[in-house]
Write a new protein. Structure first.
Length: 302
């Protein structure tokens, strides 16, 4: 894990850290190889170090600071989580409360409503369970042999890179085909700590001074890949579900995947039209005073 304290700024900028989940300990061989879910001991150590050296701010504070253009207090930082994993509430939140550090969770509404898994989590689930196999991927005519942990991780890295950069890929079809090739029954939800999502009650209970909920699409689709009609549906459905199921009318959002090609001026306009005032990216970097709240950079923690 990177030294988070080293990313703090003395010159009035703010660092926004991007987490996904926090687990008690790592129990899998292949799954979570990216450390998307940090072991609790590592998360606690990171918070303790940040708490000693930095100044925690909420995402509401970030929005206000961007609007004012004034420098943030030295070594300001904000904590965010993407997707809405249950371990945010059951494992991370008690540590945040104990240390007085606020945080925002950006929720993918279908994941919460159905206990759903992302496409890559479903593929990782399959790779964890198959002992030895070969897989044909749509962008390569040659079958890839997998068996060792290293070969599985290498193939998963290739799949991640291709899907996140190619809008022509039928992601659901790819997942179904991998399960078929592995002769596994396809899964869409799981109670594993790497998969379980917050309940609507936990989403509602997250909100407190400094603790906010934002949208993160309904299906976790890459927003810039969508047609105008599909984009409108993703945004409207996610925001409507937050309002109906958790009584949250949010002004916060984050872009699924969050890379430079994953959002666009059209996406930003659509968010603003729906009352959103801030949508950070997943592009690495820090944010100087007066930053555009729809182009905020975040530091991925893994």
């Amino acid at each position: 894990m990177i030294n988070l304290v080293d990313r703090l700024q003395e010159d009035g900028g703010v660092v926004i850290f991007l987490f996904h989940g926090v687990i008690e300990k790592q129990r899998h061989q292949v799954r979570n190889y990216t450390r998307k879910h940090l072991p609790m001991a590592d998360f606690r150590a990171a918070l303790e170090a940040l708490g000693r050296r930095g100044r925690p701010v909420s995402m509401d504070d970030v929005v206000a600071g961007c609007a004012s253009g004034r420098p943030f207090p030295p070594r300001s930082f904000a904590i965010t989580f993407d997707d809405g994993f249950e371990n945010n509430a059951s494992v991370a939140r008690p540590l945040l409360d104990d240390m007085g550090i606020p945080a925002t969770v950006y929720v993918t509404s279908r994941f919460v409503d159905e206990g759903g898994m992302s496409w890559i989590d479903r593929i990782e689930w399959a790779f964890e369970r198959v002992s030895r196999a070969s897989v044909i991927l749509p962008w390569s005519p040659k079958a890839v042999a997998i068996g060792s942990i290293e070969s599985k991780i290498s193939t998963l890295q290739d799949i991640r890179l291709e899907v996140k950069s190619n809008p022509a890929i039928d992601v659901d079809g790819l997942v179904s085909d991998i399960f078929r090739q592995f002769d596994l029954e396809e899964v869409r939800s799981s109670n594993d700590t790497l998969d379980k999502k917050m309940s609507w009650q936990q989403v509602r209970d997250w909100v407190a001074p400094g603790f906010s909920i934002g949208g993160h699409s309904h299906t976790h689709a890459i927003l810039s890949f969508l047609s105008p009609a599909d984009l409108a549906w993703e945004l409207d459905h996610s925001l409507d579900m937050l309002l109906r199921h958790a009584d949250i009318a949010t002004k916060h959002y984050s872009y699924p995947e969050g890379l430079a090609h994953c959002y666009s001026p059209q996406v930003i306009t659509a968010l603003k039209d729906r009352g959103i005032t801030c949508s950070p990216t997943a592009i690495d970097g820090v944010n100087p005073p007066g930053s555009d709240p729809f182009h905020l950079r975040r530091v991925m923690v893994s």
